[in-house]
Design a protein around this ligand. Structure first.
Ligand SMILES: Cc1cc2nc3c(=O)[nH]c(=O)nc-3n(C[C@H](O)[C@H](O)[C@H](O)COP(=O)(O)OP(=O)(O)OC[C@H]3O[C@@H](n4cnc5c(N)ncnc54)[C@H](O)[C@@H]3O)c2cc1C
Ligand code: SF4
Ligand code: SF4
Length: 1022
């Protein structure tokens, strides 16, 4: 029977039994399996099924069921492995959702016991009050689970000081394949079965002592194969403090092939009381490589490399530019981040001086930039950690590929090794970007390869050739082929090469002793496939049984910026639209997701609100991008692109655009959702509720004339209930109230100028702006628009307000959000006709509602609106952005009355996505006495109509309760500020507090000395 058919056959009984006998979730549909078919590697294999256990008992039951049905089992944490460790035709068991408790912390003993799905940063957050941390600080600390870290024997930036996972695990409780639950720990204390296994492995180690001595890389960074050397340590660092042997260390790095971890006991360290960082700037890459061996003698905790390409990429990133610029002197070709930790800042300052002196002795005086402030150090570490992801943002089919990126060599050989490998890349028509752990001889480097190109010149062939030549270098310099990221599918075949046939046989014997039926992770470590096997590739080449091909699709938005190819040597990309994408660039935009899992984060930033509250792979950016990729390449087994599987994956996306800014490769799911909804709507039609919500700006004029009628939904008993049934709008949510006194009603026409006057004023250089009044602030919250007008006029600006007649002054956002792109385009064309001439004259367009105004800067540029859209985007500014800009140029000099109350500020998601929160803070600081606290929150959960929809109630409220509403409740005396209409509604509904638009606060603080001048009289103030 073909493998696929066999897998399909196993699925039904497996699913049925898991559902019947466990409390966990069993996912067997094609989309769910597809989302677990890949990790941060180049591989993709459809799992038989996915199981998300709710308890340890669920795991034990699932292992039993799988064994009985002869279905392999594959343990998974965050799935951030780079070598394909979590990819396989198995039952994938995801521990990251529910099995993430800290079971015990013993601060005095310095130990913690945790479940395998716990994320490293979550553990460290709990340890911080005890002054402790778990020091294996992998770059993926915000995502990586302790079970996965142990599986891979992960290593952090500070491994020089703290070692790898294997040096920090004290014990593992784990199930064997036959269901036995064993405690693996110090060999001396073992009994029963575990003692028997220990004796077996010890005998093997004795038997192969000579080979272990001959073949084992004697480096800290060696994570390939099984740790047979625990009985005869070959690591640069002892595995245990007292020299004893711990059988748990055999499971570390075993990649889930020997046992399934139930809990881990970890050795904790004291948090360093002080840290300093010296950034050493080098005129050449080689000088940096030569210096590393000398620098480590000063006893740093970390020495991390960032090369010129990475420096340049960081300088191009709006998020990282300032931080990187602050670390540079001149134009270095490489920098080394050298960190010293200790109890005392004064002593550390002396070590920085020693670093400076050393560099002077090495002929590079004055090349060290010191970083003493903790926040500055943290920011620079973030840039370094983001290095790989920044590099992965290269557009086009050629991508930096991970397969030799963590070979480790002794430090004295680092300069020659990197030189030689660079030449290998050049011979293969590519180049590498180098970064990371110079302290331990493990430099990351990824040549750019096009994995979907087949044949002798294709990505896989080149990968193999480079891997072979790299392995010769590793051997020449007595290094370790796998020095950090493990073996997986990518390096499994190099285990025999590294350790030789005898040790390889010993590894087989270990596997047979632990897992004779090969239930756990088959094809890993023992009998691995070839690294370049076409059938295993995510972007499978033409020679693969199922080559990767995208469907034909005519997109409604312009994705041509992604439809490019790149040159692997120069990394330059071709012109937009030349990438031969059958979907006009949409698929290539989706394929930018490299599955690194950065969107599975919970602290800091805003990405991804729906994942944060559900922890469901389907509802994160990665899950959505994978679902789209599978749909666009016809891999959803009968479900096509405009089908329900994609709809379900995108349904909880609140279009907050956090991913647009925070995803290192710029996956912009909000825009992708618009594209999808356009096709989905065209196929399935739209509900009455969707149509009504989208048409709000068009209904508004009539509704404001008959507010009593349109407000009946919230005043007439039963109407809200009926509305929920007919329109899907949650009965429990009051709708915004229609009113007669809209902005256009309330505005005094004399206070505003017409278009001709505005143009004339711009010509003569007088202060003038367009006040773009959106539907929400214009019809529902008139006070906001009037307040903004008063403030700007008081500051001396004459204001022009676009004509709102016949829906002409609307941006079209409500249509766009629902995928009604044609209608949105019609709105945009009408608005641009009004705004473009003003923008061309250099008149700023100032808006109040972030989602509306920023549509002019974002989606308008991909809606085929031509040059008008470009020019308007160039002038579109949010109210605070405008004031901050004008103030910086000395044009906004208005003074405000002092304020006594504290201010609690919530930034709208789109303000965060466009870096528009800082201007809010700047503007508020203009109020004397202002004490502003920015709420560290993700999306408020309302997100346009999302929070009003009955089916989203639970998720919407959970999002609000994650950070925002608790912060509002805590800030009892504070004035709450929020510029987003949705955010204000959510705060009102959930915390019964009124939140103000910043314009309202500024208006309130206008002193009598700043009376609003009449239009035309503005310059009297100047
Ligand atoms: C951008 C990026 C940066 C990275 N930086 C680093 C770095 O600095 N240092 C580093 O070492 N690695 C790094 N990695 C690799 C990866 O993030 C780490 O190996 C990480 O520790 C894996 O954690 P995870 O939860 O994603 O594990 P997964 O990928 O889910 O699993 C890892 C292995 O552990 C096994 N496993 C998981 N749970 C269990 C269990 N309960 N029982 C038995 N086996 C189990 C899996 O089967 C698999 O073999 C990086 C990866 C990326 C994408
Ligand atoms: S969506 Fe972005 S952050 Fe998430 S896994 Fe993909 S590339 Fe990483
Ligand atoms: S737009 Fe927001 S909710 Fe949607 S995927 Fe991106 S981060 Fe998540």
């Amino acid at each position: 029977m073909p493998a696929d058919a066999a897998a399909a056959d196993m699925r039904r009984p497996l699913e049925a039994r898991l559902r019947r006998h466990t409390q966990g979730q069993a996912h067997f549909d094609a989309a769910s399996r597809g989302r677990y078919a890949t990790d941060a590697s180049i591989y993709q294999v459809m799992p038989v099924g996915v199981f998300v256990p709710r308890s340890s008992q669920d795991v034990a039951t699932a292992i039993d069921i799988a064994r009985e049905l002869a279905v392999p089992v594959l343990a998974r944490g965050a799935g951030t492995s780079q070598c394909g460790q979590t990819v396989g035709a198995a039952l994938v068991i995801d521990t990251s959702v529910h099995l993430r408790r800290v079971l015990d912390v013993d601060p005095r003993a310095g130990t913690a016991t945790v479940e395998p799905g716990l994320v490293l940063d979550a553990l460290n957050a709990q340890l911080k009050p005890h002054g402790l941390w778990f020091p294996v600080d992998v770059s993926t600390g915000a995502q990586a689970t302790l079970g996965g870290m142990a599986g891979n024997n992960s290593c952090g930036s500070r491994s020089l000081a703290y070692g790898n996972m294997v040096h920090n695990v004290l014990g593992i409780e784990a199930w064997l394949a036959d269901g036995a639950l064993l405690d693996f720990g110090p060999v001396a204390g073992l009994a029963g079965r575990a003692a028997g296994l220990a004796a077996f492995v010890r005998d093997l180690a004795r038997q192969h002592r000579g080979q272990i001595h001959d073949r084992w890389p004697t480096l800290l960074r060696r994570v390939g194969g099984y740790n047979l050397d625990i009985f005869d340590n070959r690591s640069e660092r002892p595995y245990t403090e007292d020299g004893s042997v711990n059988l748990a260390h055999l499971l570390v790095g075993a990649e889930g092939t020997l046992a399934f971890t139930r809990s881990l006991r970890l050795r904790l360290c004291e948090l360093p009381r002080a840290r300093v960082l010296g950034v050493v700037n080098f005129p050449s890459f080689r000088r940096a490589m030569e210096a590393a061996q000398h620098i480590v003698r000063l006893g740093p905790t970390a020495v991390e490399l960032v090369d010129r390409t990475m420096i340049d990429l960081s300088l191009e990133s709006p998020v990282y530019r300032a931080t990187m610029a602050g670390a540079l002197t001149g134009e270095p070709q490489a920098i080394l981040l050298v960190e010293f930790c200790g109890a005392d800042a004064v002593a550390l300052a002396a070590r920085l001086r020693a670093l400076d002196e050393l560099m002077g002795d090495l002929g590079l005086p004055g090349c060290v930039v010191p970083f003493s402030a903790e926040s500055a150090q943290k920011a620079l570490w973030e840039v370094r950690k983001a290095g790989l992801n920044i590099m992965m943002s290269l557009k086009g089919d050629g991508k930096p590929v991970s397969f030799i990126e963590d070979c480790a060599v002794p430090l004295e050989h680092l300069p020659d090794y990197t030189d030689a490998l660079t030449q290998v890349f050049a011979r293969h028509g590519t180049r590498g970007t180098w970064y990371a752990h110079a302290s331990v001889g493990t430099l990351h480097v990824r040549p750019i390869l096009d994995m979907r190109r087949g044949g002798p010149d294709g990505g896989a062939a080149r990968m193999r050739a480079i891997a072979e030549q790299a392995s010769e270098l590793v051997r020449r310099y007595k290094g370790a082929y796998s020095g950090e990221h493990g073996d997986g599918l990518c390096r499994g075949e190099w285990i025999r090469w590294q350790f030789g046939p005898q040790i390889d046989t010993a590894f087989r014997q270990i596997k047979a002793a632990f897992d004779p039926g090969r239930l756990f992770s088959p094809g890993r470590i023992i009998d691995p496939p070839r690294m370049d096997e076409p059938a295993l590739m995510k972007f499978a080449p033409p020679e693969a049984p199922r080559p990767y091909r995208t469907i034909a699709l005519t997109p409604v938005l312009d994705w041509s910026g992604w439809d490019v190819q790149n040159d692997p040597r120069t990394e330059r990309t071709s012109a937009p639209g030349t990438g031969a994408d059958t979907t006009g660039g949409y698929a290539k935009a989706v394929e930018m997701c490299n599955n690194n899992g950065h969107c599975r984060k919970f602290d800091g930033g805003a990405m991804c609100p729906s994942y944060r509250v559900t922890r469901d792979e389907q509802h994160g950016v990665r899950g959505r991008a994978n679902t789209l990729r599978l749909a666009l390449s016809g891999q959803l087994e009968g479900e096509d692109f405009a089908g329900d599987a994609v709809f379900d994956a995108l349904d909880l996306c609140v279009s907050c655009k956090a991913c647009r800014r925070e995803c290192p490769t710029g996956v912009d799911m909000a825009r992708m959702k618009i594209e999808f909804l356009a096709h989905y709507g065209a196929r399935h039609g739209r509900s009455l509720g969707e149509k009504l919500v989208a048409a709000l700006p068009d209904i508004a004029p009539a509704a404001s004339r008959l507010p009593w009628l349109f407000n009946l939904r919230d005043t007439l008993p039963g109407a809200a209930w009926l509305g929920e049934r007919l329109l899907g709008l949650a009965a429990g949510r009051p709708l915004p109230r229609w009113r007669r006194d809209t902005f256009w009603h309330a505005m005094a026409p004399a206070d505003f100028i017409d278009r001709a006057t505005a143009l004339e004023r711009a010509r003569t250089g007088e202060p003038v702006a367009v006040l773009f009044v959106d539907t929400f602030n214009g019809y529902f919250e008139t006070e906001n628009a009037l307040a903004a007008a008063r403030v700007l006029r008081a500051a001396g600006y004459a204001l022009h307000v676009p004509d709102r007649a016949s829906g002409r002054g609307c941006c079209g956002r409500s249509y766009l959000a629902g995928g009604q792109v044609e209608r949105a385009r019609a709105k945009a064309v009408a608005l641009l006709a009004q705004l473009a001439p003003l923008a061309r004259a250099g008149i700023p367009i100032v808006g109040l509602e972030p989602s509306c105004l920023l549509t002019l800067r974002d989606e308008y540029l991909v809606m085929g609106l031509g040059a008008d859209a470009q020019v308007v985007a160039g002038q579109a500014l949010l109210f605070e952005e405008f004031i901050a800009r004008e103030a910086a140029q000395g044009r906004f000099t208005l003074c405000f009355a002092p304020i006594a109350e504290p201010l609690l500020l919530h930034g709208h998601c789109h303000q965060k996505a466009f870096g528009a929160v800082s201007p809010m803070l700047e503007v508020l600081q203009r109020i004397p006495g202002a004490r502003v606290q920015l709420i560290d929150s993700s999306c408020c959960g309302m997100a346009g109509s999302f929070g009003y929809e009955a089916r989203h109630q639970e998720v919407s409220r959970k999002m609000a309760e994650a950070d925002l509403l608790p912060a509002v409740r805590r800030g009892k005396d504070a004035i709450v500020l929020a510029d987003g209409t949705s955010c204000r509604s959510q705060i009102a509904h959930g915390a019964a507090r009124e939140a103000l638009h910043v314009a309202r606060l500024l208006e309130r603080q206008l002193p009598a000395a700043n009376p609003a001048p009449a239009a035309g009289a503005a310059d009297s103030r100047l």
